[in-house]
Design a binder for this molecule. Structure first.
Ligand code: MG
Length: 391
């Protein structure tokens, strides 16, 4: 059975981007241009060949192995000095089963599925399929002195893109002939044209731009953000904790010592409300729980104020550019009566969390004498937080 191979040209020079780095390795909205191109083609081909420049070998390998999420096998092959030589390297690496080739510039990472399908269908039906869009500008031909020699007929002009798809023998022959004659074209279709082979255009997309200048990268970001639903920068987290009453210990809740005959048992100061709060904060950032960060087997945390642990969690938040929007804590206790201490609890937490007091809510409830809290065996606490990622 004849298969389809996608050749992705990752040799794009970054010189017009004003930087030495290969532009296809630049990140676009959190993913490299190359990975985006590979992922775009993968669903429509049986395998991918990525053609790289020697100096980019490791970086390109990394994209293929770690970054791109692919539904087909991928192989790498070293390119040549020119785009045309690189395509030849890709063609030389085609598997025996390959009957149709899709050649794509990795710098066109915004190519859409419909364009690829039209190219593929035309290549299978007519031997060639080349993505292109009608030219909207008036095109003039001018000499070196910028004197116009001719205004071209716009209704006959198309701006050509990639992918370009071909039946394998046609494109292999075209490249072999061009190499033999020392003829260099700016795309693969032109190599067929010079042999008198028909080349079929199919409709491409105006979003399928070739990322050449820094302005292109900015425009691609606009296209991407416009087409994909924005991921909310808000994160929610929830926490829950329980501590048992114990003799001879102070009762610390939200960093405030509440006068009572019993305290809570625990490795640290057993501030059950701050524990629930920290678990909610860690949960919002998917960082596990306080047991992971402050194991009770570690003597450093014996008797420590939970506010110290909270300060550490604040540091983790800052490292991830997260800000607390608000927190809501519920303390479930049959005794003692907590209402008189709630303003001080809110003030203390707001100070440590570095937010205004109106962003920190502390509530207390009993359980109408039901359950372990109702039997005065201990205190539980629940917390929810909302966080905002700032970049
Ligand atoms: Mg605890």
């Amino acid at each position: 059975m004849s298969t389809v191979t996608g050749i992705v040209l990752a040799g794009g020079s970054g010189t017009r981007m004003g930087m030495a780095k290969n532009k296809t390795l630049l990140s676009l909205c959190g993913k490299s241009v190359l990975a985006r191109s590979m992922e775009a083609l993968a669903p429509f081909v049986d395998d991918l060949i990525v053609v790289y420049r020697g100096e980019d070998r490791e970086a390109v390998q990394d994209v293929a192995a770690r970054e791109a999420v692919l539904s087909c096998p991928v192989r790498m092959t070293l390119g040549g000095d020119t785009r045309q030589a690189s395509v030849r390297s890709g063609l030389a690496a085609l598997p025996d089963s390959c009957g149709t080739v899709l050649i794509h510039d990795a710098a066109r990472c915004l190519v859409d599925a419909e364009t690829i399908l039209r190219v593929l269908q035309s290549a299978k039906e007519y031997g060639s399929g080349v993505a292109a869009v009608p030219v909207v500008d008036t095109i003039k031909k001018a000499g070196e002195a910028l004197e116009v020699e001719e205004t071209l007929r716009r209704d006959q002009l198309w701006a050509v893109q990639t992918p370009q798809g071909f039946r394998r023998p046609l494109i292999e022959q075209a490249h072999a002939e061009a190499e033999k004659d020392g003829w260099v074209g700016t795309d693969d279709a032109s190599l067929l044209e010079r042999l008198g082979q028909p080349v079929h255009l199919v409709m491409g997309s105006r979003h399928n731009i070739k990322l050449t200048t820094p302005e292109d990268l900015a425009m691609a970001e606009v296209f991407l953000r416009g087409s994909a639903p924005a991921v909310s920068p808000l994160r929610i987290g929830q926490g829950y904790d329980v501590h048992q009453f114990a003799q001879g210990r102070p009762l610390i809740l939200c960093g405030i010592e509440v006068p009572y005959s019993l305290g809570l048992d625990g490795h640290s100061d057993a501030d059950v409300a701050v524990h629930a709060l920290m678990d909610a904060m860690l949960g919002a950032l998917s960082l596990g729980d306080i047991g992971k960060h402050f194991p009770d087997t570690d003597d450093r945390y014996r008797g420590i104020s939970s506010l110290e642990l909270l300060r550490h969690v604040m540091g983790l938040m800052a490292e991830r550019h997260a800000q607390l929007v608000n927190a809501d804590i519920t303390i479930v206790a049959q005794t003692p009566k907590l209402a008189p201490y709630i303003p001080a609890m809110r003030a203390k937490l707001a100070e440590v969390l570095a937010v205004p007091e109106d962003r920190v809510s502390v509530k207390a409830t009993t359980t109408e004498r039901l359950g372990f809290e109702g039997r005065k065996e201990g205190i539980s606490s629940q917390a929810v937080v909302l966080m905002q990622l700032t970049d």
